[in-house]
Design a binder for this molecule. Structure first.
Ligand SMILES: [Zn+2]
Length: 65
């Protein structure tokens, strides 16, 4: 009986570590993506990816849109 309890506890801990890591990776990826700086093709200033608008010539910052 004790072995089964240990097995369940170990399984739960392993599952929790894996699950937490997965969530952390997802949020890190999202954060990196929005904080990444890209050069505006018009005024050549670096703006966050989330603020720029993509055109066929490159990205435009919010001032050049
Ligand atoms: Zn610009």
């Amino acid at each position: 009986m004790l072995k089964i309890i240990i097995l369940i506890v170990v399984g739960f801990v392993v599952y929790k570590i894996f699950f937490d890591k997965k969530i952390e990776n997802n949020s890190t990826t999202t954060k990196d993506d929005s904080d990444e700086l890209v050069e505006c093709s018009n005024c050549h200033t670096f703006v966050p990816k989330s603020e720029c608008k993509w055109t066929k010539n490159g990205c435009l910052c919010k001032d050049c849109q």
